[in-house]
Design a binder for this molecule. Sequence first.
Ligand SMILES: [Fe+2]
Length: 142
Amino acid sequence: MKTDELIDLLNRLLESERSGVKAVSGMLKPLKEGALKDGLKKAKGDEARYVAGLHGFLKRLGVTPSEKIGDFADKLLAIEGIVEQLRFLNRGQGWVARKIEGLLPALTDQAMQDFFTEMLDTHRKNIAWAEKMIEQLSAKVA
Ligand SMILES: [Fe+2]
């Protein structure tokens, strides 16, 4: 992978994760305390950690990290109902996971490999967690 391609992808992931923080923050606002809120708080913390990590790698590569926020959050927050929001969140998280799957074999830097391996694993776990929540919440409504 060429360096400019890597930088481009890191910036896109940075914008996505930043949008993830914004999206989850908005989802959290109306929620009462409970398992759903706890899980989303954790997910928000994860997304924020990846924003910081991606920011750091971009700086290390000598570039100014993008300051944009992906439009994912606005799209998600325009959706009505937490179940549909969770579904949309998982689509976004799935996109990130696929990007990382594509990126990992091209990485030679150990710190980046470790970071993205953990980021992929956490995204998969958070997707599985949200799927469980969708199931539970859908069962309650039905
Ligand atoms: Fe994410």
